[in-house]
Design a protein around this ligand. Sequence first.
Ligand code: FAD
Length: 507
Amino acid sequence: MRNNSIRSVLILGGGTAGWTAAAVLAKAFGRQVAITVVESDRIGTVGVGEATIPQIRHINAFLGFDEADFLRATKASYKLGIQFNGWGAEGESYLHAFGDIGAPLGLTPFHHYWLRGRDSGVATVLDDYSLNAAAALQERFAPIERIGQTRLSGMRPVYHFDAGLYAAFLRRSAESDGVRRIEGEVADATRKGERDHIASVTLQSGETLAADLFIDCSGFRAVLIEGALGAAYDDWSHWLPCDRAVAVPCEHGARFRPFTQATARAAGWQWRIPLQHRVGNGLVYSSAYMSDDAAHAALLANLEGAPLDEPRQLRFTTGMRAAPWTGNVVALGLSAGFLEPLESTSIHLIQSGIDRLIKSFPDRSCDPALAAEYNRQTRFEYETVRDFLIAHYHLNRRAEPFWKAVRAMAIPGGLAQKIAIFRASGQIHRKHDELFAETAWLQLLLGQGVEPVAYHPLADALEPQALQRFLSDIAALIARETAKMPSHRDFLDRVLATVPTQEPIHG
Ligand SMILES: Cc1cc2nc3c(=O)[nH]c(=O)nc-3n(C[C@H](O)[C@H](O)[C@H](O)COP(=O)(O)OP(=O)(O)OC[C@H]3O[C@@H](n4cnc5c(N)ncnc54)[C@H](O)[C@@H]3O)c2cc1C
């Protein structure tokens, strides 16, 4: 067999995407591949992105991070879900809590029993059957794997963190695994003949850096994938019309919630993300319906403490790169696409992109068949996340012009079908291995007022008393387990007080 292995990888960009790629590739390939990160202090990073979803635990485990070190270094808090306020109608609220809800009986998902129980008055609210939800609402936390000796699963926590500190934490891991960092600004790229391949990049200093494979993590600038190779971008702003955000950190109020809040506002929505030392806030809005001044004012009027900085303005176009892997360039992070942060998916999309890249790792020829498969899988993931986000907008019952317009928009066929199936039967069909599981869809659809007219007929097989016992046993077990947990703040303080295993990172 020919040996045409990749010997060098150049990663352009040192944000969350660049340092995640560097740390994971270095851990996976060791010294077999020389990895260089080029980043520009002058350009800096996007500087937002504080909430994650459960998959981050896999990457942290792969990189061998100790959880207490990670929490200390990134000023993280625990996150059990997202609370959506005002997305159905003003004043309504629901949780998208991670993890299981109840437990299936035989072949039938739990929520069909719950729907039947709700009809007959023996079920309480859905949150009572989810350990993450029950703990979140009481602001408690403990890392429980399983509830006692039962088949009920335990907590599924993730984190809120300072993304800049996370990038620094990843950088330490990458550099200790041999990654070379160069500070400088890429000014030009030289192509290899006529093909969509880059041979080298040239820095403003005049230094030229060649590599076999280039990973474009240059953020919204997309220096290589778009600047050098001209790869097209699929614009999805007709479905996700918010195109701006303004962000500002503030002091903590009295609460220390283990969940993100996403509150609908007149022409968009506001996030609130509690970290150890501050609360991250931002308003995502549509510039067609709200001016920048009005957005600044609305954000500053809705903080739980004094602002700690000047508000920062960001602009974006929702969508994805038509071919995120083109030639010998793979785009990751914001250069590959952007789906607004409503369900905290961007950092996950970086991680799953790296995972896919490792699975389809090419040799120096960068066979187009591998790129095509990578691009197919990436598109599937982006499109299914996109549809989940669109549902939040489309299913609103608010009165403002922005909300009326997104309610009336034509939605992708797959999403319309999903909503129709749920309305008719209570069934939720996960599309292959799409990111959001049935429980996520269930909470979204019910939370935004989609009421099914039926539940699965198998749920009727249970005698009424058995149904009542089944539901009340689960709720009681969850309530008992939650009551034993310490508060989120107490648990975190306890973890942070443990002896560090390594020097913490500052800055
Ligand atoms: C408003 C908003 C809120 C968000 N909230 C979340 C969230 O809650 N959860 C989540 O998962 N994600 C969130 N994201 C997304 C998240 O911020 C990004 O996915 C993540 O930070 C990765 O960014 P990046 O590394 O791709 O780009 P960046 O952070 O922009 O990094 C780009 C890097 O490229 C370098 N660079 C650029 N051009 C050059 C050049 N010519 N030469 C050398 N270096 C160069 C820069 O210096 C920098 O190091 C949010 C994004 C936005 C806009």
